[in-house]
Structure formats: structure tokens, C-alpha cells
Design a protein around this ligand. Structure first.
Ligand SMILES: [Zn+2]
Length: 273
């Protein structure tokens, strides 16, 4: 069976539901955690479906429709650039009951000028709030950019903008397993420059929670080998039933992994200040 198709995604959702997990949006997770001040308000078993819409918003819309038919609610993060920001798609996804958030990269868009980047962030947030009362945001990793967009929060606080969560800061990764399809596999943390949780990865690997294919995750769900709380990050542009688009994503992602691997090795070799 081909991996990273909508059909495979459907099987993954089915396995999650059958294993007894509740679907939470990231906003719901933050709200429940905030309300009780600890994890007690959260369901015993839950999954957060996070989608970073880097490009091809129509693919995100198809994914959102599939989730809606299965009764799952997810969080969709859109970039401000036109490769992601498609008003019609955003509207439709919000109407299906999903959460909309801002996938920000203002530091790289503003060449590291944090004042300009903050202003840019505020304007983009305002823009996305016409579609949905946005309460969470999530960094775009921008592997080719030297700027880490989280650096904005060394100077400003997103909480001042009525945002209650940013996954890199507000998920308790001691309790929540993080699985991402970055690199077009589920163990791409080796290639990823920013989309990873280095503090926990070794512990997760030791627990047997490192997977390459979606099939492996489905099998782990079926045999109840996964922990009680999981955040899945997917990039909807990868998940397609169309053979041409699927092959295109396979080939470009393999090339990207090669470059990211080299960048990552080079950065690791640089002496730490
Ligand atoms: Zn992204």
C-alpha cells in the first residue's frame, strides 16, 4: 500500500478512533490545560491533529472534509503567503468545524528585524481572524532560512495578542508524544532543523515510539502500544491519492532531506557560543 495518501490517512484516523482516543484541537487542549492549571481537565486519551499548510491549500481542504466525515476536529495552520493563504479553502475548513491558526514566519519574512516582524505578525493575525477567532499560532520551520521565527518571542509575548498557545511552548512533551511527517516519513527528526523535540526524542525512541511508515503507527495503535496523549503534525500537501502529485512530493522531498541532512550536520559541527 502506498503511504501518504488520503486513503492511508483515513486508515490512521480510524485506528486512532478505534483505540479510544478523543480528538482535540490544539485550542481545546490549551484551553482545558489552562482552565484546570494542570492536565486533570484533559480526556484520559487524546490526539491532537495539527496540520501545517505550507502549500497546496486545496489538499488541506480535502483532508478537512475527510476528517469531518469521521467526526474528527483538527487544527489547520496557514501561512500568509499565497502558496498557502487561500481564503475560500480557509473558509470551508472553518465551516467544517476545524480550528484555524496562523503558521508564522515573520522573522524570516522581515530579515530578522523583530520590530517589523511583530508588526507583520499582528497584521497577519488580524487578517486570519476574519475567518476564525484565531487563538493559537504555530511556527513555520523554514529550513532554508537562517532566522528562527520563535526568536520573536524573546522580545514580545503572543499572549498579549489573546493567543493561548504555540505548540513549541505550550505542549507538555513530557506527557504528549510528538509525531510529525516532516521529511515525508515519521522518523524525520534526523533531517529536521526546527520541527522536532530534542529533549524527549531519545526517551521516545527507547520506548519504541519511533516509526517510519504510517502502517507502523496503525499497527502500534491496534496493539495498544502508544501512549495516552499524542500530537500528530502533518503537511496536507503530501497526502494525496493522485499518482502524479504523490510521485512529485516523493522525489522533491527526498532531495530536500538530502540538503536538510547536510545543513543539519554543518550546523551541528559549528562550535556553540
Ligand atoms: Zn510549515
Amino acid at each position: 500500500m502506498r503511504d501518504f495518501t488520503l486513503h492511508t490517512y483515513e486508515l490512521l484516523l480510524q485506528a486512532i478512533a478505534e483505540a479510544g482516543y478523543t480528538f482535540l484541537t490544539f485550542e481545546q487542549y490549551c484551553e482545558l490545560k489552562q482552565r484546570t492549571g494542570n492536565a486533570q481537565g484533559l480526556p484520559e486519551r487524546f490526539v491532537i491533529l495539527r496540520h501545517d499548510v505550507d502549500k497546496r491549500p486545496l489538499y488541506a481542504q480535502r483532508m478537512a472534509q475527510l476528517e469531518a466525515t469521521m467526526g474528527a476536529k483538527a487544527s489547520y495552520y496557514f501561512r500568509i503567503g499565497k502558496q498557502s493563504n487561500a481564503p475560500e479553502c480557509i473558509r470551508k475548513i472553518a465551516a467544517l468545524g476545524h480550528e484555524i491558526g496562523y503558521h508564522y514566519e515573520d522573522m524570516s519574512l522581515c530579515q530578522g528585524d523583530h520590530n517589523k516582524a511583530y508588526e507583520h505578525f499582528c497584521q497577519a493575525l488580524e487578517y486570519f481572524r476574519q475567518f476564525y477567532p484565531v487563538r493559537t499560532c504555530c511556527m513555520h520551520g523554514a529550513p532554508m532560512s537562517q532566522f528562527d521565527s520563535r526568536a520573536l518571542w524573546e522580545h514580545y509575548s503572543y499572549r498579549d495578542l489573546q493567543l493561548i498557545g504555540e505548540p513549541y511552548y505550550d505542549v507538555d512533551f513530557t506527557q504528549v508524544l510528538y509525531l510529525t511527517d516532516t521529511g515525508r516519513c515519521w522518523d524525520g527528526y534526523r533531517y529536521s532543523l526546527r520541527d522536532k523535540v530534542p529533549a524527549q526524542q531519545q526517551r521516545w525512541n527507547e520506548a519504541g515510539w519511533s516509526f517510519h511508515s504510517t502502517d507502523e503507527i496503525i499497527n502500534a495503535l491496534k496493539s495498544n502500544r502508544l501512549p495516552q496523549a499524542i500530537m500528530f503534525t502533518t503537511h496536507p500537501q503530501r497526502w494525496t491519492n493522485s499518482t502524479g502529485a504523490w510521485l512529485n512530493e516523493l522525489i522533491t522531498q527526498n532531495a530536500k532531506n538530502l540538503i536538510k541532512g547536510m545543513l543539519s550536520t554543518r550546523r551541528n559541527q559549528q562550535p556553540q557560543a
